[in-house]
Design a protein around this ligand. Structure first.
Ligand SMILES: *Cc1c(COP(=O)(O)O)cnc(C)c1O
Length: 834
């Protein structure tokens, strides 16, 4: 296919560098080149914040004039030089771990929120993916991201006069998105195909540049595809299972094939959520083509360097496809690779009738992780069914708490303050210790906070004006809009997906009590809300409507506003200006939550449920927690806490938040408030950054996993497969013999006979386990081999001595032991004494 349609317009020769500059999404967080885009086409830049669109829409006359404008040329040249310095600069990776990630990490995700001008995301997962890539770019970590170029993406939102959500699906014209067709080594448009029933689906490849990282995108809108197939990559999360499976095939199979076409040969593969699990199967197929091995060996060889990150809090959140649908769609691809759906179903879990994508992801990975400390426990719980008789506490789920890309979320005011305290480029270095805001006075902090709030209010007024001024609030709408909200009033923000577990209505439990706070003469509160409800979530839509109706009560009009069409741009404004960010999800549904992290750098404070990241971050000095120090056990059975949580929320607002904000010292500054702001900025900004998160993935996962993977060449992988077959063959015959225990001073000695049926004593581990009780914490202790039992083959006596507890608290078990494997993920055999 020719690329004629995508040939760039002719630019004056001296400005040709604008093309790579406009195609590097670095402009979405590094605002150095803003002046250039403003000069090219101010209206287009203000409306879209899309440098590529601006470059394409600027008139030829304008370009000619600027090519001769010395001021413009000076800025242009300095930006070109700065971009070159950026591309060549040493990075954390090049200085600390150069080469250790080999040919880099392939990073798969269904959605990416890099910028509002590339709307390929719906919410938290996509924004996290965007922040991950930006931080990987800052740190120089070789990550290549793979995703889908949705023609419509997620829906756009408006509300009608009754507060009902209206959904739009505007078309993303790919030529206007800040991406370019991806060319192969011959300069042709890179294309891959994926086998579908009775046909091949052709995919076109695009490239987005995110600083040093590439975002490779696939779409199916090739005119030679069947009409139905052209729409596979139209909407994100449409809710139709057939389309969902098609999208996951395109992402996983097509994505891996694209890497193969480009000869990228990544050293590790990281999938975010199970949506892209088929990439791991295709990676194994690719290994088979290279090494002529069977699938089991390919799986063993590749999985050591596959990482699966789950962001889900309930098992119902996993994608499952009926056997019939899976068979229809996957058979042509599986046949082509001598593979079968039964193999996939066995990998996915063995029992379930449906094909569970999280199961495939788990069964094809060498490690897996949740996204906060609490979510690690949630993950252990929801994945326990994949591990047979393994107790939840032994499920080998790790965790990496999410973080946000600080330079994308800081305000101009906070940027100035941090630069003064810690210098330029601070977010690109490892943010190990927080850089304390030295020499920053309370007056500086307060001035920053006021300036940010003021800017937010003026943004909101403008936004509300175009939102039909909240449907004719007051009589003279235009003038009235200028009066909405107040720049000196304590401003509370709440913006996220409107769905019942996030409890957006918690503040509305007692409307009169809320009205009293909003209308208090001397110490008022105002609230800004935003968020979309999934088109099929009627409950979520009703929650929006409740707020909208409330905001139009005469007594609170102008004090509570709902901003339509929540997206990255709206989020960016809100998190810069609000004083308090509210988050009150129902436990344990919030895997991590990231929006609250975005206010940290700007001196906003969090008032949040003790859940997700806040359960790790909170202490009395940095903000407020609803039901602090609740334990995981309490958390997981807490659907009943709505009333109590609402009461606690009102009390915190009335007794702590509002009084502290308005309590001024003799210099007119709210010093208690500013102490908190300073503590939150100093203690939390670096810790909840994507900079820390990416380094954790590199150091704790990618690097050790790649080392482990290097010990799985074809022969080694084959040997491990044979070992596991051997174990599976003998396991059913393993037996326990007699068990004795006796007290010995402060200890208890256990002596146990076991029969291993042809397995060697080095291949298993015999352990004594006691669950936590009033006698102490959980104990898992390896028993030591005493000697072989005379007169019986493969029979051994083990013993160990444990602190005194009732004998019946201890249960022996046998499990597989092998340093080369991640157990029990790679082999789930376990035998309990009873
Ligand atoms: C940060 C962000 C989210 C995620 O917020 P949570 O608090 O994790 O739900 C969703 N949407 C947008 C636009 C964001 O910027």
């Amino acid at each position: 296919m020719t690329l004629a349609a995508y040939t760039m317009r002719a630019l004056p020769a001296q400005l040709s560098g604008l093309i790579p500059l406009a195609l590097d999404l670095r402009w979405s967080w590094h605002h150095g080149s803003d002046q250039l885009w403003l000069a090219l086409d101010e209206d287009a830049w203000q409306a879209t914040h899309n440098a590529w669109l601006v470059l394409n829409s600027a008139s030829t006359e304008r370009l000619q004039a600027l090519a001769e404008d010395p001021d413009f040329l000076a800025v242009y040249q300095s930006q070109m030089a700065s971009h070159e310095r950026f591309s060549e600069a040493a990075t954390w990776y090049s200085e600390n771990c150069d080469g250790q990630l080999g040919d880099g990490v392939a990073w798969f995700c269904m959605e990416y929120g890099v910028s509002e001008s590339l709307p390929l995301y719906s919410g938290g997962l996509g924004v996290l993916a965007g922040d991950f890539l930006k931080a990987a770019s800052d740190l120089g970590v070789p990550v290549m991201a793979i995703g889908l170029l949705f023609q419509q993406g997620y829906f756009r939102q408006a509300l009608n006069a009754d507060g009902e959500q209206i959904e739009f699906h505007p078309y993303n014209d790919p030529t206007m998105l800040p991406v370019a067709p991806l060319r192969d080594s011959n300069g042709e448009w890179a294309r891959v195909t994926v086998p579908f029933p009775g046909r091949e689906v052709r995919l076109r490849a695009w490239k987005g540049q995110v600083g040093r990282c590439e975002l490779l995108l696939l779409d199916s809108n090739d005119p030679r595809n069947e009409p139905g197939d052209r729409g596979i990559t139209s909407e994100l999360y449409s809710g139709d299972p057939e389309k969902r499976l098609q999208q996951e095939m395109v992402l996983g199979i097509g994505g891996w094939r694209l890497l193969e076409l480009l000869q990228r040969n990544p050293s590790a593969c990281h999938i975010n959520e199970g949506h892209s699990a088929l990439a791991l199967i295709e990676r194994a197929h690719w290994w088979q083509r290279r090494h002529q091995g069977d699938f089991a060996t390919a799986r063993m060889a590749t999985r050591a360097t596959n990482l699966f990150t789950t962001h889900t809090s309930v098992a119902a959140g996993f994608d499952r496809f009926s056997r019939k649908l899976a068979d229809l769609y996957l058979a042509p691809w599986l046949n082509e690779n001598d593979n079968t759906l039964d193999t996939l179903l066995t990998i996915a879990n063995g029992g379930e009738q449906q094909l569970n994508m999280a199961g495939i992801a788990l069964g094809m990975s060498g490690r897996f992780n949740g996204v906060s400390q609490i979510h690690q426990q949630v993950t252990q719980t929801i994945f326990q069914p994949w591990f047979g008789r393994w107790p939840t506490a032994d499920i080998p789920a790790d965790f990496v708490t999410n973080g946000v890309h600080t330079p994308s979320w800081d305000s101009p005011e906070s940027d100035a303050l941090w630069t003064k305290a810690c210098g330029q480029d601070r977010w690109r270095r490892p943010m190990t210790e927080s850089c304390p805001l030295k020499n920053t006075t309370d007056a500086d902090l307060w001035q920053m906070r006021r300036a940010q709030r003021k800017r937010l209010i003026s943004y909101l007024r403008g936004r509300l004006r175009s939102q039909h001024c909240e449907h004719n609030f007051g009589n003279t709408a235009e003038a009235a809009c200028g009066l909405l909200l107040d720049p000196e009033t304590l401003t509370l923000g709440f913006a996220r997906r409107f769905t019942s577990y996030k409890r957006p209505d918690l503040l509305l439990k007692d409307p009169d009590r809320l009205i009293a706070m909003l209308t208090c003469r001397d110490r008022p509160l105002q609230i800004v809300l935003a968020g979309k409800a999934h088109p099929k979530d009627e409950e979520g839509k009703a929650l929006i409507k409740r707020w909208k109706t409330f905001s139009r009560l005469p007594e609170v009009e102008g004090k509570v506003v709902f901003i339509e069409d929540y997206d990255l741009a709206v989020a960016n404004q809100l998190i810069q200006g609000v004083d308090v960010w509210l988050n009150c999800p129902r436990h344990p549904w919030e895997a991590c939550g990231t929006s609250g992290m975005k206010v940290l750098v700007n001196g906003g404070l969090n008032l949040s449920q003790f859940d997700g990241w806040w359960a790790e971050a909170w202490n009395e000095n940095v903000g407020w927690a609803i039901r602090p120090n609740a334990s995981f056990a309490q958390l997981s059975q807490s659907d009943q806490h709505d009333e109590a949580d609402a009461l606690e929320l009102y009390e915190l607002l009335e007794q702590q938040v509002i009084p502290e904000f308005y309590k001024l010292n003799d210099q007119g500054l709210p010093s208690l408030w500013l102490d908190r702001v300073r503590a939150s900025m100093n203690q939390l900004t670096a810790r909840y950054s994507a900079n820390r998160m990416v380094r954790e993935y590199v150091n704790e996962f990618y690097r050790p996993m790649i080392v482990k993977g290097s010990r799985r060449n074809p022969e080694q992988a084959r040997e491990l497969v044979e070992l596991l077959d051997h174990i599976a063959c003998h396991w059913p015959a393993l037996r326990f013999g007699s068990l004795h225990s006796e007290g010995q001073g402060g200890h208890r000695l256990f002596v146990l006979d076991v029969y291993l049926d042809g397995l060697s004593k080095d291949q298993v581990c015999v352990e004594l386990v006691a669950e936590a009780s009033e006698f102490g914490p959980r104990v898992v202790q390896a028993m030591e081999l005493n000697h072989g039992l005379p007169g019986a083959e493969d029979s051994y006596q083990y013993q160990c001595s444990v602190p005194t507890r009732p004998a019946e608290h201890f249960t022996p078990r046998i499990r597989v032991r092998d340093e080369r494997l991640n157990l029990p993920l790679e082999d789930r055999h376990i035998l309990w004494y009873r």
